[in-house]
Design a protein around this ligand. Structure first.
Ligand SMILES: [Zn+2]
Length: 284
């Protein structure tokens, strides 16, 4: 298989990994140095669509991907000899794939234009598509959880939060560069919110390692650090929604609804292509 095809076919898996396992990986994949070291390519693996200079656009595929709420393009400048770098990367982040299944998808791509429309709908049923909708569903849940209540987390709140934790990472206790971290993650499992009390300072390493774990799970064994975060939540009157079955059920409903909306629009757009193909044939 050509390396370019391989990369394009597995890109949704890499994006899924960025969304669910390692939030910092997306930033790294946008970095030229990391891309060179990881894949031996000479351009950032991913770029935000809006920030790509027009002279570089020929070095990126035209497909648009949604990663962490941003629309991105992926670098197309791969040499065949570098396929091994990509494969090693997939192994490192724990993505396994079935080469014969990929070959099947490629064969599908070679069908004649007459079959194109049916290919499109068949491809839409493959497991690769599910990831993209999953992103939209998770983003919706994030958006809802981030906007509950009326209070806003201000710059001042952030300064006070850092001061409370003595300008140290709430997890490892080191005085490093700090980023805003949600102690209880914002997803439909944990129901964390973007509110004073749930936002704690974290170094980039801990933020990346914690990913979508709950702070108690991540700090397992460090009862003193867990206690500090819990008493900070108390102090800020932050009452976590966790285990609120009603909220969980409502979010589950929203999650499914977005899936259904996506399904509806995929069908509508697929229909559009069916008719376009019909027109092509009439012109021939
Ligand atoms: Zn840390």
């Amino acid at each position: 298989m050509k390396v370019g095809k391989l990369v394009q076919l597995l890109l949704p898996k890499v994006i899924e990994y960025c969304e669910q396992n390692d939030h910092m990986e997306f930033e790294r994949l946008c970095d030229a140095g990391y891309s060179k070291r990881t894949f031996n390519i000479n351009f950032p693996f991913l770029v935000e669509k809006g920030s790509l200079p027009s002279e570089s656009s020929k070095r990126y595929w035209t497909n648009i991907y949604l990663v962490r709420g941003k629309t991105v393009l992926a670098c197309s400048q791969w040499y065949e000899k570098d396929a091994v770098w990509f494969v090693e990367y997939l192994q490192r982040i724990g993505i396994d794939y079935d080469e014969s299944q990929l070959e099947g998808l490629l064969l599908d791509a070679k069908v004649t234009s007459k079959q194109k429309a049916s290919f499109r709908s068949r491809k839409a049923n493959s497991r690769y598509r599910g990831n993209a909708i999953g992103n939209a569903q998770n983003l919706l849940v994030r958006n809802v959880l981030s906007n509950l209540g009326s209070e806003q987390f201000s710059e001042e709140d952030w300064l006070e939060t850092k001061a409370y934790f003595n300008h140290k990472c709430a997890y490892c206790g080191e005085a490093k560069e700090l980023v805003i971290e949600h102690a209880i993650p914002i997803n439909k499992v944990y129901l964390g919110e973007h509110k004073l009390g749930n936002l704690v300072p974290s170094c980039k390493e801990c933020n990346s390692a914690k990913a979508s774990k709950d702070f108690r799970e991540f700090l397992d064994g460090s009862d003193d650090k867990i206690a500090v975060i819990e008493s900070y939540m108390d102090k800020q009157n932050y009452v976590p929604l966790e285990n609120n079955e009603q909220v969980q059920m409502i979010l589950e409903m929203a999650y499914r609804e977005v899936g259904a909306v996506a399904e509806r629009y995929i069908t509508i757009i697929n229909e559009l292509f069916v008719h376009e193909d019909d027109n092509d044939e009439q012109h021939l």
